[in-house]
Design a protein around this ligand. Sequence first.
Ligand code: FMN
Length: 207
Amino acid sequence: MLRNSNDNINSRKGIHKIIRERRSITVFKDKPVEEAAVLLILDAGRWAPSSNNSQPWEFVIISEKARKNAIADLYIEAYNKRAKKVDENTRKKIVEIMPYLEDELKVPPFLIIVCANSEKSKSYLIDTSASIENMLLMACELGLGTNWIDLTTTDFAEEFNLKKLKEYLFIPEKVIPIAIIPLGFPEETPPPPARRRIRDLIHKDFW
Ligand SMILES: Cc1cc2nc3c(=O)[nH]c(=O)nc-3n(C[C@H](O)[C@H](O)[C@H](O)COP(=O)(O)O)c2cc1C
């Protein structure tokens, strides 16, 4: 079966359907989301696997307008800093999306700041990433849109003022912000970005 693997995998039901339909959303409706839905999403996050069941994740849920705006300001600041360091083409792309960046974090009714207590697990980044993916899938199942804005490993993350974010949200020293997940009703239905072909990434019995 694996030897003949092709990309025509059509049995999209249940979890497989959700996995295939989840998209990263950057444009949200200005429409409230019930707290019960947020709780379900966080519940999905806490049921993720983690090394030694360490569960190093912590979730800061932001709904106050002023706080969302302050986080959006840090987001823009990071992009502006990044724009100064990149080549001309990348700078043009950043300038193009600049007018929309604020709304990405200001419009959705909730921002989930996913954090990790680094003292609870050596693999806190992996554990917390599993938790994030669970939440993105749960949100999709509920008809809600999300994105994964990484605060730890990307070029953008290098420019993000984590210290300011931590001070602003009273996050303890040992706790590390890992990602911002905006959460709201999607205002867009982006086409699925291409994935590598399944036959190109399977190595049967040996590489
Ligand atoms: C570690 C990580 C960091 C990401 N950072 C960003 C980001 O800063 N901004 C953004 O719009 N999307 C970000 N994304 C979303 C990816 O761009 C997106 O998952 C990818 O293009 C595939 O699209 P899809 O999620 O719709 O399938 C990130 C995803 C991951 C896993």
